[in-house]
Design a protein around this ligand. Structure first.
Ligand code: NAD
Length: 288
């Protein structure tokens, strides 16, 4: 298919590469002045000079952007040249509200907008093993599902527009609690003079094992946070969750606490580091 891919960051870079390798014709764009040309040099495809140019012949537009504001901006700039009948798949994590709004506008114009946030981290994007959760019209979903298989091991249509983002929020609620629990458990072991790797080794075989433990505990022990999912983006996600929880009158005490702890992490200068630098905050608190 002819695909416009917009947003070549930590996730989008790899996802677009999988699509190109799968034989699709890609036109890529990012506000970074260097990323589109670097990407095209590495993988082929066309580095577009603007969003209007990127989408002009696209049957499928795919976005992987930081948040609602960027998605709105890209959406507006794409409208004049967006093809009739185009399907837009948004892999960004945004509010459910913007997903519902854009899906409604698209449907009125004979197009489709699908909210399809992802889980599995940069490793999942690179290896092509992401999990995708979507809100979509089932007919459009049938078209895009095989395309996304290039970088996803599971693509789940959850329900109507917005359902993908609400599912991602449920995922982030779970992940937030697990991330802080890991920081507490590992720092507790260190504080008591245990070898955290030995503790981790046994926990991985026990009842507290998880994707987070398998993929983040070692880097938390090492104090390596120059990769992954930034503190800023996790704060954004938990902000979306807490807004939605207030709207639905749902109490999320642990998620609210982790959101506060992440603002401490940002204040420590770790806003661009992986959000599991919650571990550094925990170590600092424990060492007094
Ligand atoms: P990122 O900041 O690395 O990439 C975002 C890219 O979008 C950047 O290259 C930026 O230059 C570009 N961009 C911003 N505004 C733009 C605009 N107006 N027009 C064109 N390009 C624009 O972020 P990421 O880590 O790749 O995450 C992307 C999305 O995926 C986010 O919504 C994030 O919450 C979600 N996500 C990330 C991860 C992860 O592990 N990094 C995991 C799951 C979901």
């Amino acid at each position: 298919m002819k695909i416009a891919f917009i947003g070549l960051g930590r996730m989008g870079w790899h996802m677009a590469a999988h699509l190109q390798r799968a034989g699709h014709t890609l036109s890529v764009y990012d506000t970074s002045p260097t990323l589109p040309a670097d990407w095209a040099k590495a993988f082929g495809g066309h580095a577009a000079a603007s969003i209007a140019e990127a989408v002009i012949r696209a049957e499928l537009v795919m976005t992987s952007l930081p948040a609602d504001a960027a998605l709105s901006a890209v959406w507006e700039l794409a409208q004049p040249t967006l093809a009739p009948g185009a399907i837009w798949v948004d892999h960004s994590t945004t509010s459910a509200e913007i997903a519902r709004r854009l899906a409604k506008i698209a449907a009125a114009e004979g197009r489709h907008f699908i909210d399809a946030p992802v889980s599995g981290g940069t490793v999942g994007a690179e290896k092509g093993t992401l999990a995708i959760m979507a809100g979509a019209d089932p007919v459009a979903w049938k078209v895009v599902e095989p395309v996304m298989a290039a970088y996803a091991q599971r693509c789940s249509l959850i329900g109507e527009p917005g359902a993908g983002q609400l599912t991602k929020m449920s995922n982030q609620i779970c992940v937030a609690g697990i991330g802080q629990a890991l920081a507490e458990g590992l720092a507790f072991a260190e504080h008591n003079g245990l070898d955290p790797r030995k503790v981790l080794d046994v926990m991985l075989k026990g009842s507290s094992t998880s994707w987070m433990m398998e993929n983040r505990a070692e880097t938390m022990i090492e104090g390596k946070f120059d990769f992954g999912f930034s503190t800023t983006l996790m704060r954004k996600d938990l902000g979306l969750v807490m807004d939605e929880a207030r709207r639905a009158d749902v109490s999320l005490p642990v998620t609210g606490l982790v959101a506060q702890l992440l603002s401490d992490v940002s204040a420590m200068g770790l806003e661009n580091a992986d959000w599991c630098s919650l571990m550094q905050r925990q170590r600092r608190v424990q060492s007094g």
